[in-house]
Design a protein around this ligand. Structure first.
Ligand SMILES: [Mg+2]
Length: 358
């Protein structure tokens, strides 16, 4: 029986957490060690009760709750909530999952109450900003607001232009899939967005952040970020032009410790297994690089494509923070949204009408 409501927000939010949980034990292992422990197809079962996630899911929840609770979606309305959630996370006893140093440093400054443009780690484009951004893609907002929110939440901790641009593209990818785009369309659609936005500095969201960079103009600052994302997307295209050899996707698109590589490598995992969500997660978890973040983002993408029904039965009850994920998903899933593409969308399939005009 086909579920009439695709539940893409649930699929994406839980997919992020599932990927994070599968990649958690493998983040600091080599591929040989991962294969030795799990076999050639990588980890495919949730372990533990609950199955623990990492800072990726914790911070995605922080972003999601800030957006959920904000009275509106402007910079002035959202920034204080993001700041509070990030700082609460940083001092929480649950913040014991190998968190990124950039986030910890920036949160220490945010807690002191300084302007976020001064609190942020201006030179960091670590993947910590885009591993947590996918909830932005689930909001029913216009594309300028999506872009502003994605970049703002990144900028609070990661002030490098590539962190901003990659975060926007990551959120935009989720939005496109929720609107009915096939996963196979994403590389081309994201590259088009990057070219179109290349000289757009969002001063109403970012204020004077660009001045910390040493660039001469705000346009030159942001263009550097979009150009690095375009380079990563070009490497993704090169990888996709080859037959899948079954090996570590990081060899083509990078290890994902930085933002643009996390996006490209997660997309590569999703696009190698567009009809098999668990295989996409396992592929991300079987990597030499930032396995939990790569698998988490791959999960957010394939989960949006397949909806909650794409994941194994019972997983949603076994994952850490299941209650929070379910509450947010229920708030954001649109019962009258586009019909699910499910597992029968052919690679290179066509866009549903819902993708137009966004
Ligand atoms: Mg992590």
């Amino acid at each position: 029986m086909i579920d009439s409501a695709p539940r893409r927000a649930a699929g994406s939010l839980f997919g992020l957490a599932f990927g994070d949980a599968l990649g958690r034990p493998t983040e600091f292992l080599t591929v040989a060690e991962i294969v030795g422990r799990y076999g050639p197809t990588g980890p495919r079962e949730l372990v533990g009760a609950p199955a623990l996630v990492t800072d990726d899911t914790q911070l995605a929840l922080a972003v999601a709750w800030a957006l959920h609770d904000a009275p509106g979606h402007t910079a002035a309305e959202v920034e204080p909530l993001l700041r509070r959630r990030f700082v609460e996370w940083s001092v929480s006893p649950e913040n014991n999952r190998a968190p990124g140093m950039t986030c910890l440093r920036a949160c220490g400054e945010l807690a002191r109450g300084v302007r976020w443009q001064e609190a942020t780690v201006a030179g960091s484009k670590g993947c910590g900003a885009n591993m947590r951004v996918t909830p932005v893609g689930l909001l029913d907002v216009d594309l300028d607001t999506l872009a502003g929110l994605a970049q703002l939440q990144a900028g609070l901790t990661h002030g490098h232009p590539t962190g901003l641009a990659a975060s926007e593209l990551t959120a935009y990818a989720v939005r496109l899939v929720c609107d009915g785009a096939a996963l196979a369309e994403l590389p081309g659609r994201l590259a088009a967005r990057a070219r179109e936005q290349r000289a757009v500095y969002r001063a109403d969201w970012l204020g004077d952040l660009w001045q910390r960079s040493g660039e001469r103009t705000p346009e030159e600052f942001i263009a550097r970020g979009w150009d690095e994302c375009l380079d990563a997307l070009a490497r993704l295209d090169d990888a996709l032009a080859r037959a899948d050899d079954g090996g570590d996707p990081c060899r083509y698109t990078g290890e994902g410790w930085v933002a643009e590589e996390a996006l490209a490598t997660a997309l590569l995992c999703a696009l190698r297994h567009p009809d098999d969500p668990v295989a996409a997660l396992a592929r991300g978890a079987t990597t030499a690089g930032d396995s939990d973040s790569i698998a988490a983002l791959a999960g957010a993408f394939v989960g949006a494509a397949h909806g909650l029904a794409g994941w194994p039965e019972g997983w949603a009850a076994r994952i850490e923070y299941a209650d929070q994920l379910a509450t947010l998903a229920a708030a954001w899933d649109r019962p009258d949204g586009p019909t699910p593409t499910g597992g029968d969308m052919p690679p290179g399939g066509t866009t549903a009408a819902g993708g137009a005009g966004q």
